[in-house]
Each structure stands twice: as C-alpha cells, then as structure tokens.
Design a protein around this ligand. Structure first.
Ligand SMILES: NC(=O)c1ccc[n+]([C@@H]2O[C@H](COP(=O)([O-])OP(=O)(O)OC[C@H]3O[C@@H](n4cnc5c(N)ncnc54)[C@H](OP(=O)(O)O)[C@@H]3O)[C@@H](O)[C@H]2O)c1
Length: 334
C-alpha cells in the first residue's frame, strides 16, 4: 500500500524506570492485506501498566516483546482495506496491534465497534479490558455486599474507577486511594465514592482508620507497597483482597523485602485463611471419606503417645520444639 507505518520498537530492555532511549522509531511500508486480513489505521493506542512487564524478559504469564519488536498494546482503528467479508473500509474496530500507526490483522481477531453505542475510545477502557478486569475481580473475588467497606487503590484509574463504582452499586461504603487532591476530588465528586485518601499527602494508617472505622471488608489491590502494608492489618474477619496488580513494584530490579505478593497476581495464586471450627458440620463428610481408606490402608497415620497426665506439660513443650513424631496424644490409665 502507499501508506507508511510509523512504529515504536524496543531497542533494549529497560532497567528500573523505562527511558525514551529504550525505544526507537521506525518507518516502514504498510503491506497489502493477505486473504482474511484487514489493514487498520489506528485511532487510539491503549497504554496499560502490564506493558511494563512485556518489556522485561523475566519469566511471566506472557512472552516478552523481543528486542526490535513493536511494543505490544491493544488499539482501536479504522479499516483502510479488507480481505475479510465482515469488514469494509471505514469500519471502526477493536483489536489492532502495537505502538504503531497502522497494523495488518486477521479479521477474526477484530471486533467491530458501533460508534453510536459509545465513544469508540471506551473499547480500550471502561467498556474494554480495564472495565472487564473490574467486573471479573469484583464478581469472582471481591463479592461486595451491602453495608461492607471497600477500599480501592489507584482509584481514579482505568480499573479502580470501575471497581469502586461496582462496589457502590452493591451498596458498599467505598473508600478510594489516589495520588493528589485533583484525583481525590474526581473520586468522590464524579465517581461518587464515599471518601478518598491522598496517598501523597495523608498518613495512610491514620487516614484509613478515619475513613474505615469498622475496618475493611474488601481491598482492591492495584498498587502494593506501603498501601498494602497499611491496609493488611485493617482487614476484617472474612475480608477479601482482590489481587489485581502491584504497580508500585513494576520497576523494581529486585523483589521487595518481606513477603512479596507480586506472584499472587502473575501466577493467579489463591491464598485463603480458614478456621476449621467454622466447618465443624463437615466432620461426618470427612469421616465417611476417611474410614474406608483407613481400613484398607490407603490412608496412613502415626501416633506419638506419652503416658500419664504428669507427662503432659513436657510433651506439649516438646510439640512446640518438634520433639513429637506424629499425632501427639497423652494416654491416661483406663
Ligand atoms: N490482573 C489483571 O488482569 C489486570 C488487568 C488490568 C490492570 N491490572 C492492574 O491494575 C492496576 C491498575 O491498572 P490501570 O490500567 O487501571 O492503571 P491506572 O490506574 O489508570 O494508572 C496507574 C495508576 O497507578 C498509580 N501508580 C503508579 N505508580 C505508582 C506507584 N509507584 N505507587 C503508587 N501508585 C502508583 C497512579 O495512580 P495514583 O496517582 O492515584 O497513585 C497511576 O495513575 C495495575 O496494577 C495493573 O497492572 C491488572
């Protein structure tokens, strides 16, 4: 085609915060579309925190951008030429690729947008990946219930703004955390959250105590770092942490000290505490499973039996020191 594609490629892997020198601009001809392909002129590129991860070759859930490769992102574009019967020149679609002015995509990877439904840019934000993130995380993990207190980090951002509004619609008290007075005004004034903590100005612990006097039922984690540390002890019984992202550590060369919960997001880990007494009614269920296995030897066990009441304190202290070997019991005379 006569069009020229201006694109941004990864020149070298950033160490710490990326710099403009990590990227290079290139001009290349836009190729003719193959069978089933569509040529797009991009109207919007989506910039998202996950792209920092793609610039690194550390092991992750997705392949890194290769050196010399176009930096990855979703786009909204206008169809210039099409060899897929479902798309015609002028159509607006979600699904182009990369930090570049044009792309050539298989038609089956594109979603046609209706500009009358909503501004087409929303396909990359509130109606797109960030909005879906908020919906999935809240409905599957946050599960906000009326009357609960929900704290949202990066509350003015693409994901946080939607997550908090979903919690408001569920009848929760919603407290945002954002950087700066302008963002906080937007969070309370426009988004309708009940309160907003300015993490650049407020003392996090004091502000959380004031905004969440009964503690926190749901914490939406977008950030990590000091905010996570301040929220954690304020979570209530049966609280939920929606581990969405930890942007505060995306540029760290080394993992942060202390428990590093970054892998919880990347590896989709489930970490959930429980107290068995809440489930006592399930004892019969366990015994029905276990008794046959015990009888036929599939389930093994070992007991460490000490004799007499007098042996009890020393045996208990031994338990705390690892001296028992198996289930520790005290046998009393019959
Ligand atoms: N799990 C998933 O599938 C998934 C999908 C999408 C996004 N995410 C994650 O969700 C989070 C939000 O993404 P988004 O697209 O909605 O971005 P965003 O909130 O629109 O923009 C990022 C915001 O993060 C805050 N921030 C940046 N660096 C920070 C730092 N060092 N310390 C504290 N705050 C910092 C800033 O807000 P303030 O100025 O208000 O602090 C910044 O505006 C990210 O962690 C992202 O990786 C996860």
């Amino acid at each position: 085609m006569t069009e020229t594609n201006r694109r941004i490629v990864l020149k070298r892997r950033p160490v710490g915060m990326p710099t403009p020198d990590d990227f290079a601009f290139e001009d290349v001809p836009v190729p003719e579309p193959g069978e089933g392909e569509v040529v797009l002129k991009h109207l919007y590129l989506s910039l998202d925190p996950y792209q920092r991860g793609r610039l690194s070759d550390a092991k992750s859930y997705a392949a890194p951008v290769p050196i010399g490769g176009v930096v990855e992102c979703r786009t909204v574009g206008r169809v210039l030429a099409s060899r897929d019967a479902r798309f015609a020149p002028g159509d607006i679609v979600l699904g182009g690729f990369g930090w570049q002015t044009h792309s050539v995509m298989p038609g089956k990877q594109l979603l046609k947008l209706d500009p009358a439904e909503a501004p087409v840019s929303t396909a990359l934000g509130v109606l797109g990946m960030p909005g879906l993130t908020a919906h999935v995380g809240m409905s599957d993990i946050g599960q906000p219930k009326a009357g609960e207190t929900v704290v949202i980090s990066a509350a003015s951002g693409a994901v946080g703004a939607v997550a908090g509004q979903i919690a408001k619609l569920a009848g929760c008290r919603v407290v945002g955390v954002a950087g700066g007075a302008d963002k906080c005004r937007f969070v309370t004034g426009t988004l309708g959250f009940d309160a907003c903590i300015d993490h650049r100005a407020d003392h996090l612990g004091t502000a959380l105590d004031r905004a969440c006097p009964n503690g926190i039922d749901v914490y939406w984690e977008n950030v990590g770092g000091a905010l996570q540390a301040a929220v954690f002890p304020r979570l209530r019984d049966f609280g939920r942490m929606v581990m969405c992202g930890m942007i505060a550590q995306y540029n760290d060369a080394d993992p942060p000290a202390g428990p590093n919960l970054g892998p919880v997001v990347r590896k989709r880990l489930r970490i959930q505490g429980f107290i068995v007494s809440d489930q006592w009614q399930r004892l019969g269920e366990w015994r029905a499973l276990a008794v046959p296995m015990l009888r036929d030897g599939r389930l093994k066990y070992r007991e460490d039996v000490v004799e007499g009441l007098e042996a009890t304190p020393a045996a208990f202290i031994g338990l705390l020191q690892g001296k028992n070997f198996g289930k520790l019991l005290v046998r009393l005379p019959d």
